[in-house]
Every structure is written in structure tokens, then in C-alpha cells.
Design a protein around this ligand. Structure first.
Ligand code: AMP
Ligand code: GLY
Length: 431
């Protein structure tokens, strides 16, 4: 199969790395990729959301399958456009991608499917949201309905803070159109877990679970980021919990979406909170997670192209999707100053070779040439994810950090407590 992968982060380097191991792959292109994907595939200088140029490339290269990494092209309907031209693409349609691109849509689907989620209220105008808040007290979560680059969720300790958040979204339009509709949710507490399933519109695969770290600093302090680390599988993840999430959350959602005429194909990502009343859904995403992919895809033992093709064709029930029980820990190396302002173009050393127990997935990297030699340099905020493998999380963590300490670039920052907090010692159920 000739495959075109869209995206340029460490998630996409991981997808590319895993696709390269497929017996069915003949050639892989990545649009637009990074220095990591350039080393194993052919990068195309086309942005993943430049749909017309992606279509031209898919046609001229006679691509058999387009694999979509990030949510933006999915939200723009790239899978529908490609399908209408007879080009197979792995990912949900624009209508099904609303599970991520509209939080109120996701909540309505969950309500219809009787899936546990926070209590919620949806508002189309600022004054009714503020009126609602006048009668409330206590912590609440205010969310911009649409895609807001991971920034549209505001945790509020009081109704006053919630009112300020509503005004920021709707009055000051801090998130642009994404905040035209606002969702106010009950604030839940508990450990969080990201759960992934392949879906073919009707059937879902066995699940993989991972935890990610959104805050910049150790101890979950500092600002929110795109993700500073991850591990899989979580110590608390067990068959009972997997069964509950599959039967009470993912299956009902996929069945409801099929009945309503927008069947879900691709990877469905449920962001769950394990509350004292059981797992509840905080969000759905319509794609693989970053940095969870870096620790989840190495665990997939089934040929990834068999799985993706089965999702497109609707016969996933004929392909057993198997995750091995090795442990993986991913540590993100970022540029000093991230997620605020930072400089790029710094030479990266120590990134040359992978070992049996570690793999390095590039994100914001590029090769710079002075005419004589090439040098790997930083080109953005999150530079790479270093993944360690072991038969326990502790061993995987030690491998990852050994490797992290051999890599250097000016101003590099990383968390030192990935897979070292309470997350992996939680037991479930909470008896
Ligand atoms: P989301 O993008 O919806 O996953 O939200 C980002 C983060 O905000 C989540 O990972 C949670 O840590 C937090 N969050 C979102 N919704 C809630 C909620 N209803 N209660 C508590 N925390 C929440
Ligand atoms: N890890 C969070 C996300 O991919 O949205």
C-alpha cells in the first residue's frame, strides 16, 4: 500500500514509525512531517489542512490510504472530500468529527446514549449564561464549544470566576468563533485516563489506555501545555475497568452515532475521569492523542494497515486488535520558555541512535545545512518525545530518563516526574 500520512508532530513520527513495520506498506509520504519522519519516509511540503493540495498529491502519487493525524483537517472534512474522489482515508467524516469539534454535540450524543458525563448547560449568548450563574455557587468548568487549540477549558473555583470566563469567551471572544457557544459543566474530581479504540462505524477494537501530563512543571504545576509526558498502560487499568468503559461508554456512543447517520470511523479517544461514581467522560477526541500515541502505538502488535483498512471497509470485527503488555514511558523535551515565547534553531546533540529499549520521536525538529554538513536543530515548542520500554513502568521510566539525559540543546526543559506520581499507584475500583 502507498500511504500518505498527514501531520508533523511526535504523534505522526510515531504513526510513521509503526506504519514502516507493516508488511503491507510499499511507500510512505508525510505531509508535512519533521526531521524524524524525513529519515524514514518522504516528506512533502504541504500543510495537513491544505486540502486541495493534499488531494492533488494523493491523486498524483496514486495513494491507497491517507492517514490523518491531527484534528484540523478532519474538522474541515478532508475524509469526506477524499472519499468522494474514491480515495480511502483513515479518520472520521466531518459530521462524526463533531464529537471533538463541538463539545455541546458530544454532550448531546452522550445524553442520548445514556453515557456518564458531568451535568452540563449550553448557552448561545452571554446574558443567559451570566443569568444562570447568578443562581449558582461552587466550582464549575467553562468550555468554549469549538476547537480552541487545547486552551478553551477554564476551571473555575467560584461562580464569579465562571462569570469572568464566560465573558472572556463570549464578550471578549478570547477563542474567536470557538467561544460563540459556551458549555458550563459540573466540576468532577478524580484521576484521569485517555482511552483509545479503533472504530469502523459499527464495531470497536479492544482498548488501549494511557495517562498524559498537561502541566509544564513537576508536581502538575505551571501552565497547561500540549502535553509533557505520558505512560501506558496505567497500573490501575484492568479488565474490569476496560469492560466497563467499552460497554458503558464507547459502544453506546458508536451505536448512537451510527443510528443517527454519522457513523464513527477512525480512532475514538475518550478522556475520562475516574470519579467516586465511576468513569465519566470529560471529552472525546476524533484522533490519536499526543503524547499518548508515543506510548500506545508501540504496544500495537497487529499490523496497523490491516487495522486501518478494516476501519475504512467496516470489517474491524474480523481483525483482532492486540496490545502487548510491555510498559512505555514518554518524556517530552521542550524549548525553554514554552508554552510561552521561545527561541528556535538550537543545535540538538545526542539524538542520533535508537536503542532496543528507547525510541526517539521527533516533533519540532528540522535539518539545517551549511552546504558542507547537516545539523539537527529545534524548530518549535515541543521538540521531541523520548520513549523508554520495560516490563514495568519503573524500568521504562529509567530507560526513558537515561536517554533524555544524553540529549541536549540550549534551553531544553522536561519534567522529571513522568510516571512517577500517584497516577500509577491508584487502584480501581476504589473499594
Ligand atoms: P478537555 O479539553 O475537555 O479534556 O479539558 C481539559 C482538562 O480540563 C481535562 O483534562 C481535565 O483535567 C479538565 N476538565 C475538563 N472538564 C472537566 C470537568 N467537568 N471537571 C473537572 N475537570 C475537567
Ligand atoms: N493528550 C491530549 C490530546 O491529544 O488532546
Amino acid at each position: 500500500m502507498k500511504v500518505l500520512l498527514l501531520g508533523s508532530g511526535a504523534r505522526e513520527h510515531t504513526i510513521a514509525w509503526r506504519l514502516l513495520q507493516s508488511l503491507r506498506l510499499t511507500k510512505l509520504w508525510v505531509a508535512d512531517g519533521n526531521a524524524g519522519t524525513a529519515a524514514i519516509a518522504t516528506n512533502l511540503p504541504i500543510k495537513p489542512d491544505d486540502i486541495d493540495r493534499i488531494i492533488d498529491a494523493a491523486r498524483s502519487l496514486e495513494i491507497d490510504l491517507v492517514v490523518v493525524g491531527p484534528e484540523l483537517p478532519l474538522s474541515l472534512g478532508i475524509v469526506d472530500r477524499l472519499a468522494s474522489l474514491g480515495i480511502a482515508a483513515f479518520g472520521p467524516s466531518k459530521a462524526a468529527a463533531r464529537i471533538e469539534t463541538s463539545k455541546s454535540f458530544a454532550l448531546e450524543v452522550m445524553k442520548e446514549a445514556n453515557v456518564a458525563c458531568p451535568d452540563f448547560w449550553v448557552f448561545q449568548d452571554e446574558s443567559s449564561a451570566l443569568r444562570f450563574l447568578k443562581g449558582r455557587s461552587g466550582p464549575m468548568v467553562v468550555k468554549a464549544d469549538g476547537l480552541a487549540a487545547g486552551k478553551g477549558v477554564i476551571l473555575c473555583a467560584t461562580a464569579k470566576e465562571a462569570a469572568e470566563a464566560v465573558s472572556a469567551c463570549m464578550g471578549e471572544r478570547a477563542f474567536g468563533d470557538a467561544g460563540d457557544t459556551v458549555v458550563i459543566e459540573e466540576m468532577l474530581t478524580g484521576p484521569e485516563v485517555s482511552v483509545f479504540a479503533f472504530c469502523d462505524g459499527q464495531h470497536i477494537s479492544s482498548l488501549a489506555a494511557a495517562c498524559d501530563y498537561k502541566r509544564l512543571e513537576d508536581g502538575n504545576n505551571g501552565p497547561n501545555t500540549g502535553g509533557m509526558g505520558s505512560f501506558s498502560p496505567p497500573g490501575f487499568w484492568n479488565d474490569e475497568l476496560a469492560h466497563q468503559v467499552e460497554h458503558d461508554i464507547l459502544r453506546p456512543v458508536v451505536e448512537t452515532m451510527a443510528i443517527n447517520g454519522y457513523p464513527y470511523k477512525g480512532v475514538l479517544y475518550a478522556g475520562l475521569m475516574l470519579t467516586p461514581d465511576g468513569p465519566k467522560v470529560l471529552e472525546f477526541n476524533c484522533r490519536l492523542g499526543d503524547p499518548e500515541t508515543q506510548v500506545v502505538l508501540p504496544r500495537l502488535t497487529t499490523d496497523p494497515l490491516n487495522v486501518m483498512q478494516a476501519c475504512v471497509d467496516g470489517n474491524l470485527h474480523q481483525v483482532p486488535v492486540i496490545w502487548d503488555d510491555q510498559c512505555y514511558v514518554g518524556v517530552v523535551l521542550a524549548s525553554g520558555g514554552y508554552p510561552g515565547g521561545y527561541q528556535t534553531g538550537f543545535a540538538i546533540s545526542g539524538a542520533e541512535t535508537d536503542s532496543d529499549d528507547t525510541t526517539l520521536f521527533h516533533a519540532a525538529t528540522r535539518l539545517e545545512s551549511d552546504g558542507y554538513a547537516t545539523q539537527l536543530v529545534t524548530s518549535g515548542g515541543r521538540v521531541m518525545t523520548v520513549v523508554g520500554r520495560g516490563d514495568s513502568l519503573a524500568k521504562a521510566k529509567a530507560k526513558a530518563y537515561d536517554r533524555v539525559r544524553k540529549i541536549s540543546f540550549e534551553g531544553a526543559i522536561f519534567r522529571t516526574d513522568i510516571a512517577g506520581g500517584v497516577e500509577e499507584t491508584i487502584t480501581w475500583p476504589n473499594r
